[in-house]
Design a binder for this molecule. Structure first.
Ligand code: RB5
Length: 148
């Protein structure tokens, strides 16, 4: 599986440790984020990753800023992106199972390295359930997007 990762200046270290973890687990990882501590705006970091997911350059995405919130809002502005901001692994698993989320977001100022690894493992290892009730609700989200 090819995984994209992006981050702002607040999340350089956590991005690097998550990348190392993912590579050790055998994932191909593409870094779309900043490697500098100079201010790098989270909407740019989110948009770059969202476009890569929509263009199918990568299968799934991981987006990290200080809280995870700003970058998730930016990702979710892109039609076809379902980005989940969370701070624990259960939500990361359920957002794949139920929402077919394609980007997981979390905060470098909120979660530890170990928790970040648990979150990405749960997200990447869980398939969409493809249950009819979930598909119906995702179609309703698509309808909302189409009617904007
Ligand atoms: C940057 O300082 C910070 O605002 C950003 O990383 C993020 O937490 C925004 O939601």
């Amino acid at each position: 599986m090819k995984v994209g990762i992006s981050n702002d200046h607040a999340a350089v270290e956590l991005k690097n440790s998550v990348m190392e973890h993912l590579k050790s687990e055998g994932y191909e990882v593409v870094n779309y984020g900043t490697d500098s501590h100079e201010s790098y705006d989270y909407p740019i970091a989110g948009a770059t990753l969202a476009k890569a997911v929509l263009n199918k350059e990568v299968d799934l995405g991981i987006a990290i800023c200080g809280t995870g919130v700003g970058i998730s809002i930016a990702c979710n502005k892109h039609k076809g992106i379902r980005a989940c901001c969370c701070s624990e692994a259960t939500s990361a698993r359920l957002t794949r199972e139920h929402n077919n989320a394609n980007i997981i977001c979390f905060g470098a100022r909120i979660v530890s390295t170990e928790l970040a690894n648990d979150i990405v493992d749960a997200f990447l290892k869980t398939p969409f359930s493809n249950g009819e009730r979930h598909n119906k609700r995702i179609r309703q989200i698509v309808e909302i997007e189409e009617n904007q």
